[in-house]
Design a protein around this ligand. Structure first.
Ligand code: GUN
Length: 287
């Protein structure tokens, strides 16, 4: 059965739109796009469109690929101070001369709607709900919730150890919480016998960025398969999973496109909405 991320994302977006109206909020999100990476340009365009749909004000700031660290830090500091913006998103990946961790750490954690700041990662790990969860892992948990897919006691395999997806989803699936409590294995490019690891998994999250590399013979019959890969192949967008054949073996599978992708955007909007709401509540409290 397909997990329809587009449909779940639409429902979340409607909830955000209503919430923004009900609380009379004007949430603002600033996008910082550096260089001319075509996929990054596409993602930012899609995120801007989604902001517009739910009533979030957004601004895109484009910088040349040779922007200096100092210039970027100055921009982030002014966005941190600007009350119009409740969220700041620096699109990844950054050009090689920029230190990603230093840049992410320069964003005010209270505006870090991507959930990449070390403080928010720390809050996620210790289970402090006042932080922001990273959007793709958050979206995956929401999909499991929407389809009432039990994770407790299940063998979960996460393929890929990125800061953005692999490591945080491995954490969330293992934490003591609803849609956690799984026995999680985090595999990566140095892992041995990937096929044997995959074969044991009740829940398989593919986030390596290797198009069509998870084939039907690697998947346990009845497994839940979450495909985070997005690669352009000629005119088509494909995931890390060979959907055509794996869908015949899996109990649930996210298609690409239309699975995890729309959820990443929905959760970004949700984090921005939460940020604006908590900001307005703090202001009311001080009055
Ligand atoms: N690059 C790929 N995914 C993401 C994301 O969720 N946020 C940002 N900022 N950059 C990305």
């Amino acid at each position: 059965m397909d997990i329809d991320g587009k449909k779940v994302a639409l429902e979340i977006k409607e909830e955000i739109r209503q919430g923004i109206k009900a609380h009379k909020l004007v949430p603002g999100l600033a996008f910082v796009l550096i260089g001319e990476d075509p996929p990054s340009q596409t993602y930012v365009r899609m995120k801007e469109k989604a902001c517009h749909e739910v009533g979030i004000f957004s601004k895109k700031i484009e910088l040349p690929s040779n922007v200096s660290e100092k210039e970027l830090l100055t921009l982030l500091s002014s966005l941190n101070e600007d009350p119009k913006y409740h969220g700041i998103l620096v699109q990844m990946p950054l050009p090689k001369h920029l230190d990603t961790l230093k840049i992410l750490t320069a964003i005010d954690p209270a505006k870090d709607v991507d959930g990449f700041h070390p403080l928010n990662i720390g809050k996620m790990v210790v289970g402090d709900p006042t932080g922001f969860l990273p959007c793709t892992p958050f979206g995956i948990i929401k999909l499991l919730e929407a389809y009432k897919i039990k994770t407790e006691g299940k063998e979960a395999l996460v393929l890929g150890r990125s800061l953005i997806v692999g490591r945080p989803i491995a954490h969330l699936l293992s934490q003591k919480a609803p849609f956690g409590n799984a026995t999680v294995t985090l595999a990566h490019s140095h892992s041995k016998d990937l096929k044997a690891l995959c074969k044991q998994a009740d829940i398989l999250v593919a986030a390596m960025g290797n198009p069509l590399s998870i084939t039907a013979d690697m998947v346990k019959p009845g497994a839940v398969v979450i495909d985070v890969g997005i690669t352009r192949k000629e005119t088509k967008i494909v995931g890390d999973v060979d959907y055509e054949n794996v869908s015949k073996v899996a109990s649930y599978i996210t298609p690409v496109p239309g699975g995890v992708g729309p959820m990443t955007i929905a959760m970004l909007l949700y984090n921005t909405y939460l940020s604006a709401k908590s900001h307005s509540e703090k202001l009311l409290y001080r009055e």
